[in-house]
Design a protein around this ligand. Structure first.
Ligand code: ASP
Ligand code: MG
Length: 425
């Protein structure tokens, strides 16, 4: 017997038929002999609808009341799922965020979970009851309802799994796992059997939106084993215990299994494309100490997240060009701020380009192997793709390119790193 947390997202919970299918999946998991807790999202589109009502009520709405409103979507689906389970003859009950309770801080609309009381939950599960828990919601010390930020049900599920020391947290969603890259871009993308927490974090931060990033950080911190798998399956689909999806695991677990299987893992695990950045260049900035601080200080103070930075080698005139990227949504604000400081910063021209894409290759394998970046640059050069900026971390190399070349670049790199599936078209 194992203790399993199952989480179902909004598309899986959208309407009676889908909730009925979820109930059957849950019933099967319990019938396999496990203790089961289920965390659910609101029906797809419901949270957006509730947010709109708040905006219409008052442009400057009280975040504490916003949480009361938007937490309601998950209350509905948790009650409904409990009913569907009961209709199948299972013992089931809902546990709302305030009933467990899920303790959070007081940062309304983006609260962080502090702890989850698990005694009553565990006792109920031990009696054979399926616990149905609405994701996304919590309670402050002074008994106000909170929500965890959009997409927060993933984090709820991982937090519940940590609290009850679950053997596994299965996140059922509308894709059947984590892929080497977006299968809509590359037909030969492969589903990964395993990915490490760190790889998943890097892939999530560069645009692969399978899980809320915070849930992955929490899983890593708490050592929760997470599986991503599809909820759109037939009754005779392989059971979750056979790991049909992608397991997110620690690097130690990954290496241990690889040794057992005597298997070589690809150097690169995944490739991600992100079109949410814009490039800014300041030309002929005086090359003296403190200038870069003068550029980036005010941007940081305005909470604008600078990502890639290049400072060119100084020309003899004692001037340099500085290029960097900011989120596209912050481009106008950044330009206005820099233009306003032109005198102080002493640059010549301010050039910007929003039509750029950041392509990242990610893999823990690059820690111990040289030449990953070189392969990337060569593969792109062979196809005439120009690199505008580069950044690296221990397990990631990112380049900035023209947005129009995104798909080509991803495809070329997928092949260059040997990630193409052999059996696919
Ligand atoms: N229902 C919430 C949202 O749409 C939380 C979630 O589904 O994860 O953001
Ligand atoms: Mg989600």
């Amino acid at each position: 017997m194992a203790r399993i947390v199952m989480k179902f997202g909004g598309t899986s919970m959208a309407g009676t038929e889908r909730i009925r299918r979820v109930a059957r999946i849950v019933q099967r998991q319990q019938a396999a002999g496990h203790q089961v807790a289920v965390v659910v999202s609101a029906m797809a589109g419901e949270t957006d609808r509730l947010v709109t009502f708040c905006r219409e009520a008052n442009a400057l709405y009280d975040p504490a009341e916003y949480d009361v409103v938007v937490a309601a979507g998950e209350q509905i689906t948790s009650g409904l799922l409990a009913m569907h389970l009961q209709a199948l003859g299972c013992k089931a009950r809902s546990w709302l965020g305030w009933q467990l309770p899920v303790h959070t801080d007081t940062a309304h609309a983006k609260a962080r979970i502090q702890d989850i009381a698990s005694d009553a939950l565990l006792a109920s599960m031990a009696r054979g009851e399926i616990a149905v828990i609405p994701g996304f919601q919590g309670l402050t010390d002074d008994n106000r309802i909170t929500t965890l930020g959009r997409g927060g049900s993933d984090t709820s599920a991982v937090a519940v799994a940590a609290a009850i020391k679950a053997d596994r947290c299965d996140i059922y969603t509308d894709v059947d796992g984590v892929y080497t890259t977006d299968p809509r871009i590359v037909a030969k993308a492969r589903k990964l059997k395993q990915v490490t927490y760190e790889e998943m974090l890097e892939l999530a931060s560069v645009g692969s939106k399978v899980l809320q990033t915070r849930s992955v950080s929490l899983a890593m911190k708490e050592g929760v084993r997470v599986q991503v798998l599809s909820s759109f399956i037939d009754d005779d689909a392989p059971p979750a215990d056979t790991i049909p999806g992608t397991m997110i695991v620690s690097e130690d677990e990954l290496i241990g299994e690889l040794e057992g299987l005597q298997m070589e893992r690809q150097l690169i695990t995944g490739i991600a494309a992100d079109k949410n950045e814009a490039k800014i260049t300041l030309t002929r900035v005086p090359d003296r100490p403190g200038v870069v601080a003068m550029i980036f200080g005010p941007l940081a103070a305005a909470s604008i997240n600078v990502d890639m930075i290049i400072q060119n080698i100084s020309k003899d005139k004692g001037e340099t060009d500085v290029t960097f990227t900011v989120p596209r949504a912050d481009l106008a604000r950044s330009l206005a701020m820099l233009e306003g400081r032109k005198g102080e910063l002493g640059f010549n021209r301010l050039i910007s380009d929003a039509k750029v894409a950041k392509i990242s290759v990610v893999g823990v394998g690059m820690r111990s192997h040289a030449g990953v970046a070189a392969t990337m640059f060569k593969a792109l050069a062979d196809r005439g793709i120009n690199i505008l900026a580069i950044t690296t971390s221990e397990i990631k190399v990112s380049v900035l390119i023209d947005e129009d070349e995104t798909e080509l670049a991803v495809r070329v790199l997928h092949t260059a790193y040997g990630l193409d599936a052999v059996d696919a078209a």
